[in-house]
Write a protein that binds this ligand. Structure first.
Ligand code: S3P
Length: 173
């Protein structure tokens, strides 16, 4: 059920696909409030995502994500949501995401993610040996969850940021 929240935008996709950047740009262009779930979780926990994974484990983080989605669903008003790359993987989160607004999947190739994140230390799931292999495996595992959750799929590898913003705005109008 979308109704009033129809013009709200929910950005999903793999780490490094541009959800946070596009979230900032879109919220500015649309004059909507931005809700970035990773940032909200970090603020609430008083820890970075890496610290949460290291101290409390991935499962605790996943519970925080679901809890936060439930809270966000209660909020009224025009919003752009940028959620963590793993959020649509939990089945319970998928209807919650769809309730928030029009779900846009920013799809990228594994190589694009690798190039963007090869020096990144803030994604615990991609640390250690063979990050490209990890990206490929995780992306293959998640593809159906992303596609199933999405109202709109955009292949963004070759798109400039402004083109992505325009496409998203067209798809929610
Ligand atoms: C994760 C993606 C991250 C963050 C956490 C787990 C994932 O968010 O939620 O590190 O499972 O894909 P970004 O997609 O914003 O990097």
């Amino acid at each position: 059920m979308k109704k009033d929240s129809q013009s709200n935008v929910v950005l999903i996709g793999f780490m490094g696909c541009g959800k946070s950047t596009m979230g900032i740009r879109l919220s500015y262009r649309m004059q909507y409030i931005l809700e970035d779930t990773d940032k909200l979780i970090e603020t609430k926990a008083g820890m970075t995502i890496s610290e949460i994974f290291a101290r409390e484990g991935e499962e605790a983080f996943r519970q925080m994500e679901t809890q936060l989605l439930r809270t966000l669903a209660e909020k009224k008003g025009r919003r752009v949501y940028s959620v963590g790359g793993g959020t649509p993987v939990r089945a319970v989160n998928r209807p919650l995401l769809r309730e928030l607004g029009t779900v846009v999947y920013l799809r990228v190739r594994p190589e694009t993610v690798y190039e963007r994140l090869k020096n990144d230390t803030t994604r615990p799931l991609l640390q250690g040996e063979d990050p490209l292999g990890k990206i490929r495996r995780l992306m293959a595992e998640r593809e159906s969850a992303y596609a199933e959750t999405a109202d709109v799929i955009l292949d963004v590898d070759e798109m400039a940021a402004e083109q992505v913003v325009e496409s998203i705005m067209r798809s929610v109008r």
